[in-house]
Write a protein that binds this ligand. Structure first.
Ligand code: F6R
Ligand code: ZN
Length: 185
């Protein structure tokens, strides 16, 4: 059933939503096949298996024509130099999405199967993801990076697409910040 109009209290410091929906926690072991250095990934997964990111949702359901929101927080870190990141996905039926950076610094990596785009994200930056562009978020700093996402409830999440096609580039930590390298290097 469609839901009623509602106010959602957003705490800009604690980055909580109230009321809130489900919260998802992704640990290193949930990111199989995504980091370039699969041995390092396996060792970290079998060891401390750190939390890489969390996603807190509003109560708006992920169903067609609704407009859910969520806050993603990516921890700072890297695996053999590759910055910690979300799994990344394609929306199966090609719908757009907006991200608003809230805290920390990050990047929004997008790939349409041929072209790669990168947007530097810092508090206040709105990143626009056009229909048909797979997207992954990366923490480029040394504190947690958080952003708000608003997306069509029927967009869906195709994670297999990224396993099959990659993301065009990978983001690595360097002395000066972040460096993008071709996906297979
Ligand atoms: C929704 C969206 C974000 C991500 C979240 C976690 O369409 O793009 O809310 O779902 O940042 O990333 P993934 O889903 O790639 O694990
Ligand atoms: Zn998305």
């Amino acid at each position: 059933p469609p839901i009623s109009p509602m106010a959602i209290a957003f705490d800009a410091e604690r980055l909580t939503l109230s009321p809130e929906g489900p919260t998802l926690t992704r640990r290193m072991s949930d990111l199989e096949g995504l980091f370039r250095d699969s041995d390092a990934w396996a060792a970290e997964s079998a060891g401390e298996n750190p939390v890489v990111y969390t996603v807190t949702s509003s109560p708006v359901p992920e169903i067609d024509r609704e407009l859910p929101q969520s806050i993603t927080t990516i921890m700072p870190g890297d695996t053999s130099g590759e910055l910690w990141m979300t799994k990344g996905h394609q929306h199966p039926n090609h719908q757009g999405e907006i991200y608003l950076a809230l805290q920390g610094t990050g990047g929004l990596l997008m790939f349409d199967g041929e072209r790669t785009e990168w947007i530097d994200m810092q508090p206040g930056t709105i990143g626009y993801i056009p229909p048909g562009w797979a997207h992954r978020s990366v923490n480029t700093g040394d504190e947690p990076y958080s952003f708000l996402a608003v997306y069509p409830g029927g967009a869906g999440h195709d994670y297999g697409w990224v396993l099959e096609h990659g993301m065009g580039s990978r983001a690595y930590r360097t002395a000066g910040g972040v460096e993008l390298r071709p996906y297979s290097e």
